[in-house]
Design a binder for this molecule. Sequence first.
Ligand SMILES: NC(=O)c1ccc[n+]([C@@H]2O[C@H](COP(=O)([O-])OP(=O)(O)OC[C@H]3O[C@@H](n4cnc5c(N)ncnc54)[C@H](OP(=O)(O)O)[C@@H]3O)[C@@H](O)[C@H]2O)c1
Length: 315
Amino acid sequence: MKALYIKSYGGPEVMQVGELPEPQPRRREVVVAVKASSINPCDWKVRAGEMKFMTGKTFPKTLGSDFAGVVERVGAGVTGVSAGDRVYGVTPVMLRKPGAQAERLAVATNRLRRMPDGMSFDIAAALPIAGLTALNGLRQCGELQGKTVLINGATGGVGHFAVQIAKAHGATVTAVCSDRNAERARSLGADAVIDYRKQDFTLGSIRYDVVFDAHGHLKFGAVARALKDHGILVTTLPNFALIARSVWQKMFGSREIKLGNLRDHPEDYAELERLLAEGLVKPVIDKIAPLAEAVQSYKTFEAGGTVGKLVLRIA
Ligand SMILES: NC(=O)c1ccc[n+]([C@@H]2O[C@H](COP(=O)([O-])OP(=O)(O)OC[C@H]3O[C@@H](n4cnc5c(N)ncnc54)[C@H](OP(=O)(O)O)[C@@H]3O)[C@@H](O)[C@H]2O)c1
């Protein structure tokens, strides 16, 4: 089968599209004929070896986490999933499982979700990591109706979902993004837009109930200035210092830190699907490219400037 893979960690130059052996389903796994897979930062971070303490030293490694496709074969002990089912989900590449940017993927059934009728493979592939991370981060902030929410990195994969989900829940949303994406942020529903290259919102006079850091590089000390009393910082990129500080803040602080990690429980998918079905969330796909152009697509994505998601069509 054709796949995007690496034989060592490194920059985009270590990636190649070529032939690899067909996967076999293990117990409680199925083989999915992958139709589409979107690119997420965790994919290039795996490739770069930033998580090699988790991803190990076994090569070749296929890349890609989000997938959408059709079940082709079913392994032993599988119930409730049949060949021909249209499914999507996240394969845990960080836990040494095979990547999704390959013609076929062996994946455990607990990582699968049946695609809603009428959903395209491109949309399904754009949803899981970014959409579920935005949903989980905002859910931890409680009732958003009437609250002020600032989304940092508002037109990226996670951020563009977060803007729409916060609006869907009745928040007043400020989007922080680069100037070239300001109009896009407004079209997603943002009430105000700040260009991060021209203005540091943490130095302004406005205080927010929630700062959702979808870019993931804000420092709590700075954000605290822009949070109301009992305000919340959500980060999608928790580091040791933020995790430790979140515990301290929870016990003693007047402002909290929440870790906006991916959560892919059935009820999370159901909530995201409801928001889509009601037209409250519309995934933005900046570009669709064939698997043959995967290496260039990663370069484009890593260079920044992608609005929403970049999808690879595998078949
Ligand atoms: N913990 C988890 O489970 C989890 C899940 C998903 C993602 N993440 C992390 O969350 C982060 C975002 O993921 P993503 O998929 O949304 O990535 P993405 O699509 O690359 O989006 C990143 C966004 O950040 C913006 N940005 C760049 N520099 C900025 C700055 N100085 N200030 C504010 N915004 C800035 C970019 O805007 P411009 O292009 O306009 O510059 C872009 O829209 C990544 O670090 C990723 O690893 C974590």
